[in-house]
Write a protein that binds this ligand. Structure first.
Ligand SMILES: [Zn+2]
Length: 396
């Protein structure tokens, strides 16, 4: 039996122990992460203001002027832009396993590999997409052997409808469409027939076709007539021959008609033959603006004029595009194109918490087209940090 003093001491001790979990053990924080004080630009809800963004359970929990409440992690975003995770719809990220983590550091939380492989080796790119930390899908090259130095479909036998159908039916979950590369050094005189076959395959699965335009044998007017609602034209700023603008400075009527029926137009920066400043200036001036940016990214991006998606976005600041518009093109617009991105491209409360933190630096910046042309701009976006599924991405 305990005497009274012993009892009191024991009881006090017990009560102290009982309180320890409350005092010291990890009481779950209200939020997993708060991104503090950044300029939040979310075109999906027309927001451009200084805000805190709170994240819980991998989703956006609150976007408010000042969010109190404790958080397991805090990211100081003062002086920076806080935008929905960037979506890049034309990349070659799936060419190697190092691709996905590299573009994640650029703020890219969703990517599409645009035709690196065809039916014969589509499993290689699907494996990279499947193990990618961020959302990823592939477009299958209609040329069954994928990208070839001698031209994917210079031999028309490579555009094999049966092989393509077979590969898609086996991989419906990861093939998001069909890519048709149509330049004269890729498809030669076969461009129209290659696209016709790509469309035959894609349509039978209800999937989009993405065409790589520019320097084709056939006129663009003839090619875009084969495109249906939801299809994508990449390399839209490709200079003549067969640019989307005719010699008298007008957008080709069939191109205007394609946009009216719901065909998307994408930048596809790339390295060679896809963009030249004078063509960009003329097309932008004509008011035919892109729906989306894309990089046409490869692992060598830092040695080319691509660098990263924020850099490619910054190029159009020099042709009248505002920062908010640029963010829209790389987020909410891209989210509309592929069902995979349905709930992305937004910081709306409840959305998966994919966030890009960017720096908008002022100064003198040099930008490159695909023809060694240089222009100097006075602002450029730089990637600063990425949050994927509510978790801060740690840079390697
Ligand atoms: Zn490409």
């Amino acid at each position: 039996m305990l005497n009274r003093r012993e009892f009191v001491r024991a009881a006090a001790g017990a009560s102290i122990f009982a309180r320890i979990p409350n005092l010291f053990a990890a009481r779950p924080a209200k939020y997993d992460l708060i991104i503090k004080g950044g300029r939040v630009i979310d075109p999906s809800v027309r927001l451009d203001a200084i805000r805190d963004v709170a994240i819980a359970g991998g989703r956006i929990a609150a976007v408010e002027a000042s969010i109190a409440g404790d958080a397991a992690d805090t990211l100081d975003a003062r002086g920076k832009l806080v935008v929905p995770g960037l979506l890049d719809i034309h990349t070659h990220t799936a060419r190697s396993a190092e691709g996905p983590p590299l573009v994640l550091q650029d703020g890219v939380t969703g990517w599409i590999d645009a035709g690196s492989q065809g039916a014969d080796h589509i499993e290689d790119t699907i494996a990279v997409a499947r193990s990618s930390p961020q959302q990823a899908r592939v477009l299958m090259n209609i040329g069954r052997r994928g990208i070839l130095p001698e031209g994917d479909t210079m031999d028309i036998k490579n555009a094999d409808v049966e092989a393509a159908r077979d590969a898609i039916s086996k991989n419906r979950d990861f093939i998001a469409g069909v890519k048709a590369r149509l330049s004269n050094n890729v498809a030669g005189e076969n461009d129209y027939e290659v696209l016709r076959r790509a469309q035959e395959v894609a349509s039978s699965f209800g999937l989009p076709v993405m065409i790589h335009m520019g320097q084709t044998v056939s006129p663009i007017s003839k090619l875009v007539d084969l495109l249906k609602r939801g299809d994508i034209v990449t390399h839209m700023f490709a200079p003549p021959p067969n640019s989307i603008m005719d010699d008298s400075g007008h957008i080709v009527p069939e191109v205007l008609a394609a946009r009216r029926r719901g065909v998307w137009f994408d930048v596809g920066n790339g390295q060679a033959g896809h963009m030249r400043w004078d063509t960009i200036a003329a097309i932008m001036k004509a008011g035919f603006w892109p729906d989306t940016f894309s990089t046409d990214w490869n692992t060598n991006a830092h040695q080319t004029g691509v660098i990263d998606l924020p850099n490619c976005m910054s190029k159009l600041f020099n042709y009248g595009m505002t920062v908010d518009q640029a963010i829209a093109h790389a987020t909410v617009n891209a989210a509309r194109i592929f069902p995979l991105f349905n709930d992305r491209g937004t910081l709306n409360v409840g959305a998966p918490a994919d966030v890009a933190i960017l720096e908008l630096r002022k100064g003198k910046f040099e930008f490159l087209d695909n023809y060694k042309g240089k222009i100097t701009g006075n602002q450029r976006l730089f990637p600063s940090a990425t949050v994927l599924g509510g978790k801060r991405v740690t840079h390697a």
